[in-house]
Design a protein. Structure first.
Length: 216
């Protein structure tokens, strides 16, 4: 009887708490996580381009690299972030027409002298900050982009202007990014590390041009 009376008192106390508005601690089952802001747009790799352009004392070379995957984070028609994975094994050269010479050059670019694609088949770029450019003219860069570029397992910050648009569920981004290859342990024929190279020197900076399309 005593036990029954205690249980009855406990039940009455719970009912009193419910009707008097006394706060109780919510359990994990009743907690609701706020939805993430914005939407994720997936990069359409077949409609996107990554081109490279490098110069040396006696000329220049250029070509393409394929995007393996990517996404842009969009909130209220504004890009707020993004991640890109670049397939370094796909690197090609478009200016050398001789098949044998072309193959030799591409093979060298894939070697450890340059991008070491056997050990490092991908490069990545993660956007960390986007700042609108005030009064940007139509068709001109309208954002300053900051991010982390990883090549050969080495990560460095990069900053560049970009032209970014979001309309009807499609986001586009265009930019030219200047990269110092020596920061990624690519020192082959760099005059900053080797003396007396003469006209054999290859400039440290090369340009990566992005033309990316992403869809909601």
């Amino acid at each position: 009887m005593k036990k029954t009376a205690i249980l009855a008192s406990f039940a009455a106390a719970l009912m009193l708490t419910a009707f008097t508005g006394t706060k109780t601690q919510p359990t994990a089952a009743t907690e609701v996580t706020a939805p993430a802001k914005g939407r994720t747009y997936t990069v359409e790799t077949s409609k996107s381009e990554v081109k490279w352009h490098a110069k040396k004392m006696t000329g220049e070379h250029m070509g393409d690299i394929a995007l393996k995957s990517g996404q842009l984070n969009v909130d209220k028609n504004k890009v707020t972030g993004g991640t890109f994975v670049i397939d370094m094994t796909s690197i090609s050269c478009s200016d050398v027409k001789d098949e044998g010479m072309n193959g030799k050059l591409v093979g060298h670019l894939k070697s450890d002298d340059f991008f070491g694609v056997e050990k490092h088949p991908t490069a990545t770029f993660n956007v960390t900050e986007l700042t609108p450019i005030a009064k940007a003219a139509a068709g001109q860069p309208n954002y300053n982009v900051k991010g982390n570029l990883t090549i050969k397992g080495i990560t460095n910050p990069v900053t560049f202007p970009a032209t970014i648009t979001v309309k009807n569920g499609i986001a586009t981004a265009k930019a030219d990014v200047t990269v110092d290859r020596t920061k990624y342990d690519i020192r082959y024929r760099s005059s900053n590390f080797f003396e007396n190279l003469g006209d054999k020197a290859i400039y440290d900076d090369f340009t990566v041009s992005l033309n990316v399309t992403a869809k909601q």
